[in-house]
Design a protein around this ligand. Structure first.
Ligand SMILES: *[C@@H]1O[C@H](CO)[C@@H](O)[C@H](O)[C@H]1NC(C)=O
Ligand SMILES: *[C@@H]1O[C@H](CO)[C@@H](O)[C@H](O)[C@H]1NC(C)=O
Ligand SMILES: *[C@@H]1O[C@H](CO)[C@@H](O)[C@H](O)[C@H]1NC(C)=O
Length: 393
């Protein structure tokens, strides 16, 4: 009788429990740090569909999360619709446990989690703070930003969740966390320790880098140690410069990350929706402005560079330490409705001509919160706690 009851329990939990001794992400070296279970075999969480879920989404309200920067508070800036908040991502053919803030905080006890990248990664970081902070009483949490580093502390858990601004991961002329709008991209070839010394000792690292490589075809690389742009400079195709930098990040992880106590992830490209012709809109000059529903065509793919994605895939595949890929690209491609449009704090006041045609200054790159980045964190949660035994997924 007792044995039967235990068997029944195991059977109920079976889809997610990792069999003892089983590897993670295919390396056969024992379970990955932070894993409490495994994704069902063959489950590719990046493929699936958006399902309307007004009962369970959004997970939090814009006004109750104090960490959202004014560039992402769409309701506060007059966005008339709210439907973009009510979508849940359903992977095809499999389901995983839903996001549990208390569980995640318990797992982060005594740990340091760090996001490194650009404004899209910062959006994901803030989304995670919004998802977690309600489980922490006031007075037991703090948030501060000094230069390129933001630190959220959950005091009772002795945990920090941090963001480090490095949009091209390598040292670049876009490194100022506030003033970084430059036309000519210049990166330093090596070393990368100006940034990476801040990454040292993190238990969970979440990188992204895509957008800043796509503005121009070529990127300048400074090879010497000084800042003199007149010497020791080479120009490279953006994809090749990106490949070079990703290699350095992977080599840095191999030398510095402790695979027994830490995990690293790379979040793939966040797509933009700057041309509505891409989804068959016949009106001229349209973009994400006024879009209120996701794209229904499962095969939709916009302007995201397949070549850049290939570089990401190829370089990460060379890593001798596991690097999880959080593949957000396809699911975000469908979300033409999720961007901040004109409903955000503007860098400069729109001109009367711009106001006459809001499409002309709509932001079709960044995402409202709550919104699409909450789902990126759900994928990250699954990858961290329920990793697949198949590295590619
Ligand atoms: C969330 O996780 C906590 C701690 O592991 C657990 O006690 C709680 O039951 C979980 N909540 C849900 C809804 O599963
Ligand atoms: C946006 O939608 C409003 C309301 O449906 C409509 O009046 C307006 O013409 C639309 N603007 C654009 C640029 O499509
Ligand atoms: C992410 O998914 C897209 C399409 O689903 C695929 O083309 C791409 O190769 C994937 N990227 C990585 C790094 O796995």
């Amino acid at each position: 009788m007792k044995v039967l009851a235990v068997l029944a329990l195991v059977a109920a939990a079976a889809p997610f429990l990792r069999a003892a001794g089983q590897g993670g992400e295919g390396d056969g070296a024992g379970p990955l740090p932070f894993a409490v279970g495994a994704a069902p075999a063959g489950c590719d969480i990046g493929q699936g569909e958006w399902v309307r879920d007004e009962a369970a989404r959004p997970w939090y309200q814009e006004w109750e999360c104090p960490y959202i920067q004014p560039q992402l508070t769409c309701q506060a800036h007059g966005r008339p619709d709210k439907g973009y908040q009510n979508w849940r991502w359903q992977p095809r053919g499999c389901s995983l446990p839903s996001f549990n803030a208390t569980m995640m905080l318990e797992m982060l006890r005594g740990k340091r989690m760090l996001f490194v990248g650009d404004s899209l990664n910062r959006g994901q970081y803030v989304s995670l703070l919004c998802l977690l902070h309600r489980a922490i009483p006031d007075g037991a949490k703090s948030f501060e930003t000094v230069d390129s580093l933001s630190i959220f502390r959950a005091k009772d858990y002795d945990a920090t969740i941090e963001f480090y601004w490095a949009p091209m991961l390598a040292e670049s002329n876009s490194d100022d966390a506030v003033v970084h709008r430059v036309d000519d991209r210049v990166i330093r070839g090596a070393p990368m320790d100006k940034h990476s010394r801040f990454w040292q000792g993190a238990h969970i690292l979440v990188f992204n880098s895509y957008l800043w490589w796509t503005a121009e075809d070529k990127i300048k690389i400074l090879r010497g140690a000084d800042n003199d742009l007149s010497k020791d400079i080479v120009e490279m195709k953006a994809e090749e410069a990106y490949r070079l930098v990703l290699y350095q990040v992977v080599r840095w992880l191999e030398r510095n990350a402790d695979p027994k106590n830490s995990r690293a992830f790379f979040v793939t490209a966040s797509p933009t929706h700057t041309d509505s012709a891409a989804w068959g809109d016949e009106a001229e000059g349209g973009n994400c402005y006024n879009q209120t529903t996701p794209i229904g065509d499962a095969s939709y793919w916009g302007s995201t560079s397949r070549e850049m994605l290939r570089v990401t895939e190829e370089v990460l595949a060379t890593s001798r330490v596991p690097v999880g890929v959080v593949n957000i690209t396809q699911l975000s491609e469908y979300r033409r409705d999720g961007h901040t449009q004109t409903y955000k704090r503007q860098w400069s006041e729109p001109t009367p001509e711009q106001r006459a045609d809001p499409r002309s200054y709509a932001d079709c790159t960044h995402w409202c919160l709550p919104g699409v980045p909450d789902t990126w964190n759900e994928l990250l949660y699954w990858k961290l706690f329920f990793p697949s035994n198949d590295q590619a997924l």
